[in-house]
Ligand binder design. Structure first.
Ligand code: MTE
Ligand code: LUZ
Ligand code: MOS
Length: 758
């Protein structure tokens, strides 16, 4: 089944926040952000801005009736800066004006007198200063220190990965409408309607019941709107609360780039120990996460880095400690993979380091250590339905890995100025929110008397196709055609206490709730049909002549109408909570994931060794989708995630200066993959696997895992560079930009040798 949104998307008819019809009397908001990254506010001069015609009000922390606090996991994030500013662009005041242009102009007229404080932008420095968001966490199994003594080889190193701008096509924004009795209806571009509702209620000092959040769809979120949407919604809600007028704020791209958090950069130290047969016996690592100025989701992201520190390898002795470090940058936040990719990059770097030092292929180490059925992860869960080896073997044979390797070697023998590199990237990703309580969802189904169907769930459509999957679930469970079914906007009044649309688990959680609701309705309808068929039998025996439809022809419409006339309830609200998951953070052991997703990618690159430019020639994947319920949607998700992962690992280069100011603040200085950077060969093979009982219709979660195939592009590029310059002692420092490639090609001699130049 095609994505149900494809027609309105292509015709430009899909409604995003900024497309909603404007309500009479709407005002426009704009933030005045801090001009420094860290400092103490002495005074604010609002006079010029206030005097600008069309400015209605300028709001500051003092206007907040409730708590000046929007922090989720930890209450450390103010809505508007009060005493101190902690990052460049941090909201200090909100201008509300008759037009968007006036609001923006007025914001430029505000002056802030701020005493500067020291700016920290390096997580290691923050850690040394004791600036931690939460106490460090350590996951361990076996005894890594003792195991190093039994290792034949030990290697140490450092691995850094950069941040990543979400670059959702639709920027952050919200639109608040005042209702009677101080109630507010809020349209928000959020992955987490309930998170927005909670933040707004807290800031306004109101009950959550007075705040209704409505989301039709997002033009992408990628994690940036899981928590990151709360701020903008709370700002417009504050303005609406104070002025009793509708207020709208949709960020300009440069505001969004400057003021919102991104994927967490990590810097890590690792130590890996192997035996002669290339088995990894021991692995230790320290991960330093750049959390930015406040916690938001950083502790949860940190936790997932720890869960995925082994990627898809069985490591009997492992100890990994992670530090969430507070710096003076916008608060970094969820981004597809949620810390998993950062943790996995470190173990892949350690394996590459070992391979390079030993003069073996990394593939041999990766292959020798793949997780097997029944192996325990370091957090105690036992691999069940493990497809690591199946995916590797399928990819290696389907795409002829030995032949691909021979091609690379042959090409590199014959070419001096171009080199090819190949890397294999196996992945393993746990499906479930790592906070147990978040693994729940609800669905509300109305069967209308004419036989049409309305479905509400907590799922937010953000391009990933969840609405299409919800139609499929309802159609299958009710045995009706998809055309009869409408998916309603996500709304906190219809579905309360939603978990954010995140963790790739949305279809599983909401789909299962929807399945339960449909099953309950089907039971009731069967009861009606049964009664009618029994009546038919009686009537036939009594030779009653039927008028109209014969009961044996009882169609869907007749059945619904009959049920309605018999006063049978045609609505159902169902709840689903993932069974069987648990976790004890005091010992860091448990069964946190409903299941794991596996896969293997072969990635090939070519480097131009004069220019430092490169291409990713192919990504060839065998992926465990379980029993995919929609191969079109799932293939699209895998393709998009792979390209996004390649972007993170190769070209997306966030730069802040020492003053904490974002330099890569536009698309001229921040490069993301475009159509030309999509690998010309992007093969994705759906491995036939059993799926999981905890996946909806055994169709495994797909949103995030394939992003991690992009890590293969980094190592394939590294292999190409080393084919040109074997003595190049490249640091493990992603992204591998053309600039870095060029410098590392000539790491020992900054000018090409005459032989090479010829
Ligand atoms: N796909 C599109 N087109 N747009 C997005 O914003 N977000 C990703 C992924 N795929 C995203 C996307 C992220 S970060 C997650 S967690 C999942 O979709 C969330 O949706 P799901 O749970 O339905 O997979
Ligand atoms: N969000 C979250 C996530 O709150 N918890 C998670 O475990 C998670 N995992 C992936 C993506 N988002
Ligand atoms: Mo995705 S990072 O869970 O929104």
């Amino acid at each position: 089944m095609q994505n149900i949104d494809s027609f309105t998307h292509v015709r430009g008819e899909s409604l995003y926040l900024d497309d909603l019809p404007i309500v009479n009397g709407t005002l426009y908001a704009c933030v005045f952000g801090s001009p420094v990254a860290h400092g103490r506010i002495r005074s604010l001069d609002l006079a010029d801005a206030r005097n600008l015609p069309g400015v209605v009000r300028i709001l500051t922390a003092r206007d907040i009736p409730g708590e000046n606090q929007i922090g989720g996991i930890i209450p450390d994030e103010v809505l508007l800066a009060d005493q101190t500013v902690d990052f460049w662009g941090m909201p200090i005041a909100l201008v509300v004006a008759e037009t968007d242009e006036i609001a923006r102009r007025a914001a430029t007229l505000i002056r802030a007198d701020i005493d500067p404080l020291p700016v920290v932008t390096d997580p290691r420095e923050a850690c040394a200063l004791g600036q931690l968001i939460v106490p460090p966490r350590t996951f361990q199994t076996g005894d890594a220190e003792a195991a190093f003594a039994d290792c034949d080889y030990i290697f140490e190193g450092r691995a850094d990965s950069g941040g990543q701008e979400h670059l959702y096509l639709e920027t952050q924004g919200a639109y608040a409408i005042p209702l009677e009795n101080g109630n507010i209806r809020l349209f928000s571009s959020t992955q987490g309607p309930t998170a927005v509702q909670r933040a707004v209620a807290r800031v306004l000092g109101l009950g959550m019941h007075k705040i209704e959040i409505d989301v039709t769809r997002l033009g992408g979120g990628f994690g940036g709107k899981e928590d990151g949407a709360n701020l903008w919604a709370a700002l417009v809600a504050l303005a609406t609360h104070c002025l009793r007028r509708p207020v709208k704020y949709v960020l300009h791209r440069m505001e969004d780039l400057r003021m919102t958090g991104k994927r967490h950069p990590y810097t890590s130290d690792f130590k890996i120990g192997l035996t002669k047969d290339l088995k990894i016996r021991a692995y230790t690592a320290s991960l330093y996460q750049d959390a930015g100025a406040s916690a938001d989701l950083s502790p949860a992201v940190l936790e997932r880095s720890l869960f995925h520190a082994n990627n898809t390898y069985f490591i009997p002795n492992l100890r990994v400690t992670a530090y969430s470090c507070r710096t003076n940058l916008p608060s970094n936040t969820a981004f597809r993979g949620f810390g998993g990719p950062q943790g996995m990059f470190v173990i892949e770097a350690a394996i590459a380091k070992a391979a390079e030092e030993l003069g073996v292929s990394a593939l041999d180490i990766q292959r020798a250590n793949l997780l097997r059925e029944g192996d325990a992860f370091h957090y105690g869960q036992v691999a069940d339905g493990c497809e690591a080896e199946a995916c590797w073997t399928d990819a290696a044979t389907r795409y002829d890995l030995p032949e691909l390797q021979r091609e690379v070697d042959e090409f590199n023998r014959q070419n001096k100025l171009k080199k090819k590199g190949l890397a294999v990237m196996p992945i393993c990703f746990g499906i479930s929110f790592t906070k147990k309580w978040m693994n729940q969802a609800r669905a509300l189904v109305h069967l209308y008397a004419d036989g049409s169907v309305g479905v509400s769930t907590g799922a937010v459509e953000m391009g990933q196709g969840v609405n299409t999957k919800m139609v499929q679930v309802a159609a299958r469970c009710l045995s009706v055609r998809p055309e009869r079914i409408k998916i309603e906007p996500t709304n906190t009044t219809r579905i309360a206490n939603t978990s954010p649309t995140a963790a790739s688990a949305t279809s599983d959680l909401n789909g299962k709730a929807l399945q339960l609701a449909c099953q309950a309705l089907t039971e009731r309808l069967l009861g009606v049909a049964r009664a009618r068929l029994q009546a038919e039998e009686v009537s036939i025996r009594n030779e009653v002549v039927w008028v109209g439809n014969k009961p044996s022809d009882l169609g869907w419409n007749d059945l619904i109408l009959e049920a309605y006339q018999q006063r049978v309830c045609l609505s159902e609200h169902a709840h689903y909570a993932t069974p069987g998951i648990h976790y004890d953070p005091t010992v860091e052991k448990g069964h946190p994931f409903a299941y794991h997703v596996y896969g293997t990618a072969l990635v090939g690159t070519t480097v131009d060794c004069l220019r430092g430019t490169y291409t990713v020639d192919y990504v060839r994947v065998t992926h465990d989708f379980g029993q995919s319920m929609n191969t079109i949607v799932d293939r699209g998700q895998a393709e998009g995630a792979i390209v996004q992962g390649i972007g993170w690992m190769t070209m997306e280069d966030l730069r802040y200066n020492a003053d904490g100011r974002l330099l890569s603040n536009a698309l001229s200085t921040y490069k993301i993959p475009d159509i030309y950077s999509v690998p010309p060969v992007l093969d994705i093979h759906f491995l036939e696997t059993a799926g999981s009982d905890y996946a909806i219709f055994r169709s495994k979660a797909v949103g995030e895992p394939p992003l991690m195939y992009g890590i293969g592009a980094y190592f394939a590029l590294r292999n190409a560079v080393r084919a040109f310059n074997p003595s190049s002692n490249l640091p493990f420092d992603a992204p591998m930009t053309p600039e870095k490639v060029l410098l590392s090609l000539y790491a020992d001699a900054l000018v090409p040798t005459p032989e090479v130049a010829s």
